[in-house]
Design a protein around this ligand. Sequence first.
Ligand code: MGD
Ligand code: MGD
Ligand code: SF4
Ligand code: MO
Length: 680
Amino acid sequence: MELKHTLTTCIYCGCGCGLYLVSDGQKLTGAYPSKNHPVSRGSLCVKGWNCHEFANDVNRLTVPMIKKNGKLRESTWDEALDLMAKKFNGYKEKYGPDSLAFLSSAKTSNEENYLMMKLARAVFKTNNIDHCARLCHASTVVGLAATFGSGAMTNSINEFEEAELILITGSDTTEQHPLIGSRVVNAVRDRGARLIVIDPRKIELAKYAAIHVQPKNGTDVAWINGLMHVILKEGWHNTKFIQERTEGFAELKNLVKEYTPECVEKITTIPKQQLIEIARLYAQTKKAMIIYSMGITQHTTGVDNVKSLANLAMVTGHLGYECSGVNPLRGQNNVQGSCDAGALPNVYSGYQSVADEAQRKKFEQAWGVEGLPAKPGLTVTEIVTALGSGKVKGLYIMGENPVISDPDSHHVRECLSKAEFLVVQDIFLTDTAEYAHVVLPSAAFSEKDGTFTNTERRVERIRKALDPPGKAKADWQILGEVAQRAGYPKMKYDHPAEVMAEMARVTPIYGGISYERLDPYGLQWPCPAKDHPGTPVLHREKFTKGKGTFMPRPYLPPAESADQDYPFTLSTGRMYWHWHTRTMTNRTSTLERESPEPYVEMHSADAKELGVRNGEMVKVTSRRGYIVLKTKVGAKVAKRSIFIPFHFREAAANILTINAVDPSAKIPEYKVCAVQVEKI
Ligand SMILES: Nc1nc2c(c(=O)[nH]1)N[C@H]1C(S)=C(S)[C@@H](COP(=O)(O)OP(=O)(O)OC[C@H]3O[C@@H](n4cnc5c(=O)[nH]c(N)nc54)[C@H](O)[C@@H]3O)O[C@H]1N2
Ligand SMILES: Nc1nc2c(c(=O)[nH]1)N[C@H]1C(S)=C(S)[C@@H](COP(=O)(O)OP(=O)(O)OC[C@H]3O[C@@H](n4cnc5c(=O)[nH]c(N)nc54)[C@H](O)[C@@H]3O)O[C@H]1N2
Ligand code: SF4
Ligand SMILES: [Mo]
């Protein structure tokens, strides 16, 4: 039997590794790395090596389903799609367009996200569309757009290897972005680069760090302002850069005055000598890069954190050349692309504002419609709450699992159970799908063509290796059929390449992108013209917005701090072996074998005090609910702090988390809340 080898892009993280899927025509039989791909370079992490397995799972959704008498029952595509179009059109007529909402998916392609937002806006006339970027890098999109004019990684993955200094904060890089983590390790081990890790936990990279400090969770603005305080006091700032390329320096200088190392030590516990040393190393090294991720963004002060890091890079002039910059590592395989494609409540594709009349006119013309809405729509957590209150009647969720991934699960379940009409489109029957009135079966990444955009803005092809199981269809096809039935015939495409051609026409940063040009390893946006080579480094001569703007922010405490009743600080996140709500990784034998059950990381001194040993069960309670799980005792977390990965539905961390959000980015504070821990 002839095996087929198909070059495609990994479905898991934002590194965007290139890999080959092997298929025997019936199922996928393996995956292996592309040798020449610029990110993977012959390597993959364990998830990539095993990314073929979940797609073969016997529990894949293969037929549409409609809920009757409380049970989901098999239906035809016609029945399911007709019902959906009738319901959605009905709500729109009766209650207005904003009674509908749409959750798009960073697991799906650029083309599919573009079509989801076209469906919401052109067909149903609402801006109520959002996706998991809200839970992830919304703070980055807002914070870096305000300071630099573009909310994306400023530099490229291979530059980490050439850097002289890397400052990593709030990113467990080797576990969560393994192929970027390995670049960092190479830089330190083989090239003598200096690594500074600022993370409340002793992550793997702390072993390679020249300095590792463990601030208290949620105190980032304080230490970042403290670094700038020291830099300005010692005269280590870059006057030329500040004068020529930035604005608002006077206010920054004024604000950071009070953040003396002593004051910062009180707030964060970072020893003052170490703060001064970090400031010196970062300011005085030319090729100095900042990496950050969820430890910075998932706070009620997420935008302040991001703006502060941007300020730090501008004060020192570490921007606009190779091996510099501010580098938010985007998480999902295509979360960069979902944002680029406009699956956000305030912008069309390419970050073009819905509030701008000229942009609306442009999209009305392109889509052949009138009356596109000008008011920005609701965000993920607002949509869920509005569903509960009845303000939103119909919700269409494609490839997200909010019952496990949104904060405060009891609240989410209550809202979903009150939904008038919920449609869930997924490859598996998720906890969220159980609340659905209609379930639609999707093709997996290995069963369709399209593009993903990785964290370094590289737009890459995914290619079909196999047909979808049963009656499952690609998301782009389903979206087209929904539009058709809702009375909009202009979303009919024969191939995703046509969708990309349309997206390129209306999206300047993707203007020069076409499928022909993406072979074999993609192009980095901005790529405004057919002959443009793509852009590895942003903001070279000037910032996207012209001058960079200093946005000084004061330190503010988290929404909920530990107290007498809830004496521990809980932080949640992820680990190497599992992916988010585990729909895919719990169907992958190697990954399940390595990490089959939920756990809580705890400091040995706390364990001793509570009288629990490693592996014993504890009950963790917050003001929202409780879970019971095993301890992992050691010194990875600080005393009085605990960490729980949110992957496991069996002890879902989000039962505990708080749904307090950042006031402008609306990102939840997943990284800090107060809990109590008891031995059981
Ligand atoms: N294996 C695996 N890889 C993944 C994912 C997955 O589910 N599994 N998910 C992907 C996605 S969507 C994303 S967004 C990324 C996320 O990637 P990361 O952001 O690296 O992952 P997290 O575990 O959420 O948190 C990162 C770090 O933030 C630290 N931290 C917690 N609180 C604070 C704080 O207050 N300040 C600072 N400075 N640091 C803090 C934690 O100790 C942790 O080391 O990973 C992507 N990669
Ligand atoms: N406590 C806590 N909660 C968190 C976080 C945290 O750090 N702590 N992190 C947050 C972050 S950063 C993120 S990104 C979110 C992630 O939250 P979600 O996006 O809800 O999590 P996933 O499990 O990745 O959900 C993706 C869904 O898409 C489905 N899927 C896969 N491929 C396809 C496809 O081709 N088509 C369709 N239609 N579906 C597909 C999968 O089966 C899965 O159900 O979680 C957030 N939640
Ligand atoms: S590093 Fe990310 S993209 Fe690469 S193989 Fe692992 S999960 Fe896939
Ligand atoms: Mo994420």
